[in-house]
Design a binder for this molecule. Structure first.
Ligand code: FPP
Length: 260
């Protein structure tokens, strides 16, 4: 998609606008259906202030709330947040357990606002390994919001891109073993439909905070043609205006999906 007009101020100038003005600008162009975010930098945010890492995670929850509000206001259909990766289990035990409790309580605490905003919560990831009370708390919010028809908030929780592919290959292999599918007939559609995201469109835009230039095992299959936007801003400092800046830049990109 190329959006250019001789009357349009340079995007770099527009990016300096505040949240409300940016919203007005990006609303005048087609917006992405699905934005995914690797929320990174909570620990560094806290360490730079001489605070424990969990203080950064608490601030990170506020930034996640702001991102959901901004995504809903803009009218995105899907917002996917990488909340807990399978690699995150290797962090100190204390940080992992605090993070688990914090995530479950935050998700539960947001239920009234999710209902008010008509937001549906979905979880992608492996349920096994998550402490049962945490899993139950999250499942309850998924259940309560399942009939909502507005923004779908997809939370990647205990998620790993390679694990997702392994789980998908197992499903496809079972279909082959049962004789329902021939190996030579396996197509992209069969793999896509075996993923946790089977009924969710691929992300149009992937945002990563804290300046790291990697995809960290996130949605490996789904991001094949996704536009990347990486900002040095640490996740707790990321606000609605930053989400809108990413969308503004996305609107100026030409997507070729491997063509010319
Ligand atoms: C990234 O910073 C933080 C995480 C992966 C932890 C989970 C995210 C939050 C608590 C934000 C809120 C999310 C929701 C969905 C309520 P890091 O610890 O990797 O930071 P570092 O790279 O600076 O160490």
């Amino acid at each position: 998609m190329t959006v250019k007009s001789s009357r349009e101020p340079a995007r770099a100038e527009l990016a300096k606008l505040g949240e409300a003005e940016l919203l007005e600008v990006i609303r005048a162009q087609p917006v992405p259906a699905h934005v995914a975010v690797i929320m990174d930098g909570n620990g560094r945010w806290a360490t730079r202030r001489g605070l424990p890492r969990v203080a950064g995670h608490r601030e990170g929850v506020k930034a996640a709330r702001a991102a959901v509000r901004a995504a809903d206001t803009l009218g995105l259909q899907y917002l996917t947040l990488y909340a807990f990766s399978t690699e995150n289990w290797s962090r100190p035990k204390q940080e992992v357990s605090t993070l688990m409790t914090l995530l479950e309580r935050s998700i539960h605490g947001e239920l009234p606002e999710l209902m008010e905003r008509n937001v549906r919560l979905r979880i992608i990831g492996r349920p096994n390994g998550v402490p049962p009370p945490v899993q139950r708390g999250i499942d309850e919010v998924v259940r309560q919001t399942e009939r909502n028809t507005g923004l779908t908030l997809v939370m990647a929780f205990n998620y790993g891109g390679r694990d997702e592919l392994i789980d998908a290959f197992r499903l496809v292999a079972r279909r082959v073993a049962s004789g329902e599918l021939q190996p030579e007939d396996i197509s992209e559609v069969h793999v896509s439909r075996a993923l946790y995201t089977k009924d969710i469109p691929n992300p149009d835009l992937l945002i990563r905070t804290s300046g790291e230039m990697r995809v960290s095992n996130f949605l490996l299959w789904q991001i094949a043609y996704t536009e990347l936007w990486i900002t040095p801003t640490l996740w707790p400092d990321f606000g609605g205006a930053d989400l809108y800046r990413a969308v503004l830049e996305f609107q100026g990109r030409t997507r070729r999906f491997g063509g010319v």
